[in-house]
Design a protein around this ligand. Structure first.
Ligand code: APR
Length: 243
């Protein structure tokens, strides 16, 4: 039995499933990943655009980076991988999708049992009064000013060195601990604590499968792998479950 059949058979008998996704799941929607050829971190230094220190030093530069990513998210559409995960959610009594992505494509595809571990590119909040705004409309001024107190707004994104949202992280850990099947989709599994969810699931005895055309830092620890783009593999898995 190959890894694909083993995964489908594990899903057939499971009632508790959880999924961790990364940038790779949005690659087929035309959104760049971070690492690897053509990745975002090839053209931008993390310390210039994705840390609280960078924002304090040059907020306009940081916002130019995020406005470019907001435009990409605005123009992007969910792909068959996103859609298949939204369908997969309906098949299991307990299902949680934990994403590292900030592009909003999982929600746009219809995923509901979803936690965004690294925030959302659609949301921004005031650094002084915490007032929040949520949209993908082009921003006139960078940095945008708070309509209530006039201070700067910052993207509601988890930057390097910042903690993950408490509730989202707690839910993601709980789902990893109680999953019978755990899918790791489109992530290089290099950024913690998110990548640690796969280890929590493996330690708790879940069957952990990776969906990624390439090997990752954690591949040797998993039960199996589907070496295909997620926009191909996930619809195939769904079709096999429905057959
Ligand atoms: N389908 C599935 N996986 C893919 C596809 C695809 N079509 N295309 C690329 N991949 C895989 C790559 O092989 C790689 O392993 O997606 C992974 C993307 O890895 P990264 O670029 O490192 O992105 P990610 O793991 O999401 O990064 C984690 O790092 O930069 C921070 O906060 C940012 O959330 C991000 C975190």
């Amino acid at each position: 039995m190959d890894d694909f059949d083993r995964l489908v058979s594990a899903l057939r008998s499971a009632s508790s499933v959880s999924v961790l996704t990364g940038a790779g799941v949005s690659a087929e929607s035309g959104i760049a990943t971070f690492r690897g050829a053509g990745g975002l971190w090839e053209g931008h230094r993390i310390e210039d655009v994705a840390t609280p220190e960078a924002f304090a030093k040059d907020p306009e530069r940081v916002w130019r980076f995020y406005e470019m990513r907001r435009q990409n998210a605005r123009e992007a559409r969910p792909n068959p991988g996103h859609t298949a995960l939204a369908e997969l959610e309906k098949r299991f009594p307990r299902f949680l999708l934990a994403t590292q992505n900030v592009d909003g494509l999982h929600r746009r595809a219809g995923s509901r049992n979803l936690v965004e571990l690294h925030g959302s590119i659609e949301r921004r909040y005031c650094v002084r009064c915490r007032r929040t705004e949520e949209d993908l409309d082009p921003l006139e001024t960078l940095p945008p000013a708070c309509a209530a107190c006039g201070d700067r707004m910052r993207p509601d994104i988890v930057w390097f060195g910042e903690p993950l949202p408490v509730e989202a992280w707690a839910d993601a850990q709980e789902a990893a601990r109680s999953a019978e099947v755990y899918l790791v989709v489109g992530t290089s599994a290099e950024v913690y604590p998110a990548a640690g969810l796969a280890l929590i699931a493996a330690d708790a005895g879940a069957a952990v499968f990776e969906i990624n055309p390439a090997e990752t830092a954690l591949s040797p620890l998993f039960s199996g792998a589907i070496r295909e783009p997620s926009g191909v593999a996930l619809p195939r898995i769904l079709a096999a479950l429905e057959a």
